[in-house]
Design a protein around this ligand. Sequence first.
Ligand code: UDP
Length: 144
Amino acid sequence: MSARSCHMTQRTLVLLKPDAVRRGLIGEIIGRIEAKAGWTIAALELRTLGLETLEQHYGEHRGKPFYEPLMAFMSSGPVVALVVEGERVIEGVRQLAGPTDPIAAAPGSVRGDFGTIVRENLIHASDSEESAIRELKIFFPGLS
Ligand code: UDP
């Protein structure tokens, strides 16, 4: 069996960032996730993130020039945190989001359709199985 035809049910952490919430894009983005065959939302919460949570989440970027502005942006209003479950969902949601820089993101992706600024790029999605496990523990520690 090739890697592509293997069944790979996974879970990923998705954050609709404060710009997505402020701009009224929650329904639009969740709609795109729900439209994918076989993907389900396993948890969902509107939440304003504290600096402690954000430091855990974005710790790998500490010390970079964009780190402090990113912390300020991510704590500037509520986010929607979701757990999405399904076939190859980690790669799939990254694809649906598009690359980090919205100007480099193709139309049809969330960042390509709605974003212009690198920092305010609307959506976070775990980038690997390892990241997903780590991030899900931070945001949804009670999830079995
Ligand atoms: N970011 C930024 N400036 C940069 C690179 C990243 O403000 O030059 C922000 C942006 O919001 C991005 C987040 O930091 O989504 C995390 O960066 P990462 O490289 O992990 O990108 P992602 O995995 O979110 O595409």
